[in-house]
Design a protein around this ligand. Structure first.
Ligand code: XMP
Length: 517
C-alpha cells in the first residue's frame, strides 16, 4: 500500500486513481497528518503531491520527518520534489523562466525510475518524454547523494534520484494524461521500486470488502435505500453477496422517475438477483406535496423532505435492523474533508438519511468509502450488474421534479417520460449515449402553435439537453448532428400527443447549469 501526502495540489486525487489503476491500494493523507496515523498505515512507499506553495514561504508545508524516517521509497512530485530537495540539503530557487504546460524532458543517465521509459530516443541515446510541467520554483542545487535524472532546457534539474535510498523527485506531473508515459512512471515506482504486488483488482477488492462486511455486521441486519443509481446499486449487489437475506432494500417510487425505471429496478434486484426489495409507491404523496409549488429550491426541499418521511416510515416497520448502508464513495470522503483534516470519520450528510427516527439509532455501513467511481463501476460489473445500469448517465435526486419547469403535474411527468425515453433510445441506437456525459429532455409548460395534416395544434414544448463534461462543474453542450436531432424531434412530435415543438439547448455551463432548475 502506498501513502499519498497531499500538499494541496488539484491533482492529488488523480495520483491516487493512477496508483489504483496500477493495481496498488493507496490512501491520501494531509501533509500534516499525525505521526501515529502515518505509522499505523504502514506504507510500502510514499508519494508527495504537488502544491500551490513555494518552499520559501515561512509557513510552507514540510515533508514530515516520520516519512523520511520510514526507510521506504519516496517520490516527490513538483512541490513534493522541491520540499524534499530543500529539506535534504539542496537548494531551491524562484525561476526567472516559469514553465506551465507541455515540455519535452530528457532522461539523463541511468535511474531506476526512468530508465527505458520514453516516447522517443534522441541521437545521443537519451530518452525523451512528453510531459506536463508546472512550476515557479526549481531545484538549483542537488542534495547530497542525488543525481539529475531528467532535464529540460529551462529546468536543468527536472528530476532527481537517489537509487540507493529509493528517493526521487520529478518536476513534471506523471499523474496527468498529458504526460504520455506517466502511468508507466508511477507503475515503475509503486510496483518495481516499492515492491507493491498489484493485487488491487476488481475480484480481490470484492473478496476483501465481503470479508470486512461480514466481520463488521456479524449476524445483524442492514437497511439500504436503493435509488437505482450506480453507487447504491453496487452497495446492494455487494451486501447481498456478503450477507444475503440480512439485507433489506427500500426503493421509493416518487413518481418522478424515468419511463419504466421502477420496474427495471425491481426486475434487476428483486427478480434477477433475489435481493429483498420493498417497493414503496409514493407517487401521489410526492405530487400532493408538490402541488402549487413553482420555485425550484422549494421543490427540491419538498422532494427531499418527503423522501425522508417515506423512507423513515418504511424503516421503522422493519424489525431488528441495526445498520444503515450508504453508497458513500472516496471522493465524497475527500470532499467532506475527511481525508484532508485527518478526521477520518467525518461523513457527508446524505439527504436520504438526514432524519432517521431517533429510536432506530442505526450504525452506518459504508462499504465503498475507499473506492473511486471507476472502481465502483468495475466491481459492479464483476458483481453481475448489467453494464447498461453501471454506465448510466447521472440522474438527480429530485428526478423529473427539476426537469418539469415550475409546477409539477402528473400529465406533465407522463409527457416528459415519453419524450425522454425517445431521446435516450435514439442516443443509444446511434452511439451517442456513451459520447455524452448526461442527456435528457425537459418539459416546458408553455404552449406553442403547430400544424399536423389539416389540423392546428396548440401544445407543449420539449427541450433536449445533452452535455459533455468530466467533472460536471463545467460542461459544453454536445454538438449532436442535425440529422440526428431532426429524427428525434420528428419522433417526439409525431408519437406524443401533447407536444407540438422540440428545441435544443445550446447553453454551456457556465453560464447555464446542466439542469434547467
Ligand atoms: P447543475 O444543474 O448544477 O448539475 O449543472 C450538475 C450535476 O448535478 C446534478 N444535480 C443534482 N443531483 N440532486 C442531485 O442528486 C440535485 O438536487 C441536483 N441538481 C443537479 C445534475 O443532474 C448534474 O449531473
Amino acid at each position: 500500500r502506498i501513502l499519498i501526502l497531499d500538499f494541496g495540489s488539484q491533482y492529488t486525487q488523480l495520483i491516487a486513481r493512477r496508483v489504483r489503476e496500477a493495481g496498488v491500494y493507496c490512501e491520501i493523507r494531509p501533509w500534516d497528518a499525525t505521526a501515529e496515523s502515518l505509522i499505523d498505515f504502514a506504507p510500502q512507499g510514499v508519494i508527495l503531491s504537488g502544491g500551490p506553495e513555494s518552499v520559501h514561504f515561512d509557513a510552507a508545508p514540510r515533508v514530515t520527518d516520520v516519512v523520511l524516517g520510514m526507510a521506504v521509497p519516496v517520490l516527490g512530485i513538483c512541490y513534493g520534489m522541491q520540499a524534499l530537495a530543500q529539506q535534504l540539503g539542496g537548494r531551491v530557487e524562484p525561476s526567472s523562466h516559469k514553465e506551465f504546460g507541455y515540455a519535452e524532458v530528457r532522461a539523463r543517465g541511468h535511474s531506476r525510475l526512468l530508465t527505458d521509459i520514453d516516447d522517443r530516443v534522441n541521437a545521443e541515446g537519451h530518452g525523451l518524454l512528453d510531459v506536463w510541467m508546472s512550476h515557479g520554483d526549481h531545484v538549483a542545487e542537488l542534495p547530497a547523494g542525488f543525481k539529475v535524472i531528467a532535464s529540460t532546457p529551462s529546468a536543468p534539474i527536472a528530476g532527481i534520484g537517489d537509487d540507493e535510498r529509493g528517493i526521487y523527485g520529478l518536476q513534471f506531473h506523471p499523474e496527468v494524461t498529458h504526460t504520455s508515459q506517466g502511468q508507466r512512471v508511477l507503475e515503475r515506482f509503486v510496483r518495481d521500486i516499492c515492491g507493491c504486488s498489484g493485487q488491487w483488482t476488481a475480484g480481490n477488492i470484492i473478496d476483501d470488502l465481503i470479508t470486512r462486511v461480514r466481520d463488521t455486521v456479524g449476524d445483524e441486519h442492514v437497511l439500504l435505500g436503493l435509488s437505482g443509481g450506480v453507487d447504491s446499486s453496487v452497495v446492494a449487489a455487494l451486501l447481498h453477496k456478503a450477507i444475503g437475506d440480512q439485507l433489506t432494500c427500500v426503493f421509493v417510487d416518487n413518481g418522478l422517475l424515468r419511463l419504466n425505471e421502477g420496474n427495471e429496478v425491481m426486475q434487476t434486484f428483486a427478480q434477477h438477483m433475489g435481493i429483498r426489495v420493498i417497493r414503496v409507491d409514493a407517487e401521489s404523496r410526492f405530487l400532493d406535496a408538490l402541488a402549487g409549488e413553482a420555485d425550484p429550491e422549494a421543490k427540491r426541499k419538498i422532494i427531499g423532505r418527503t423522501f425522508i418521511e417515506v423512507f423513515d416510515e418504511q424503516a421503522s416497520q422493519i424489525d431488528n435492523v441495526q445498520w444503515l448502508a450508504q453508497g458513500t464513495i472516496y471522493p465524497d470522503v475527500i470532499e467532506s474533508a475527511g481525508a484532508n483534516t485527518g478526521k477520518a470519520h467525518v461523513i457527508k450528510s446524505h439527504h436520504n438519511v438526514g432524519g432517521l427516527p431517533e429510536h432506530m439509532k442505526l450504525k452506518l455501513l459504508e462499504p465503498l468509502r475507499e473506492l473511486f467511481k471507476d472502481e465502483v463501476r468495475r466491481i459492479g460489473l464483476e458483481l453481475g450488474l448489467p453494464a447498461e445500469m453501471i454506465n448510466r448517465h447521472p440522474f438527480p435526486g429530485p428526478g423529473l421534479g427539476v426537469r418539469i419547469l415550475g409546477e409539477v403535474h402528473k400529465p406533465y411527468a407522463d409527457l416528459l417520460r415519453q419524450a425522454d425515453a425517445i431521446f435516450i433510445e435514439a442516443l443509444r441506437a446511434e452511439g451517442w449515449y456513451e459520447k455524452t456525459s448526461q442527456a435528457f429532455a425537459v418539459f416546458l409548460p408553455v404552449k406553442s402553435v403547430g400544424v399536423t395534416g389539416d389540423g392546428r395544434r396548440y401544445e407543449y414544448v420539449i427541450a433536449l439537453r445533452a452535455v459533455e463534461t468530466v467533472d460536471f462543474m463545467t460542461a459544453r453542450w454536445a454538438h449532436l448532428p442535425h440529422t440526428f436531432l431532426d429524427q428525434v424531434s420528428r419522433r417526439i412530435i409525431n408519437e406524443i400527443d401533447g407536444i407540438s415543438r422540440v428545441v435544443y439547448d445550446i447553453s454551456g455551463k457556465p453560464p447555464a447549469t446542466i439542469e434547467w432548475e
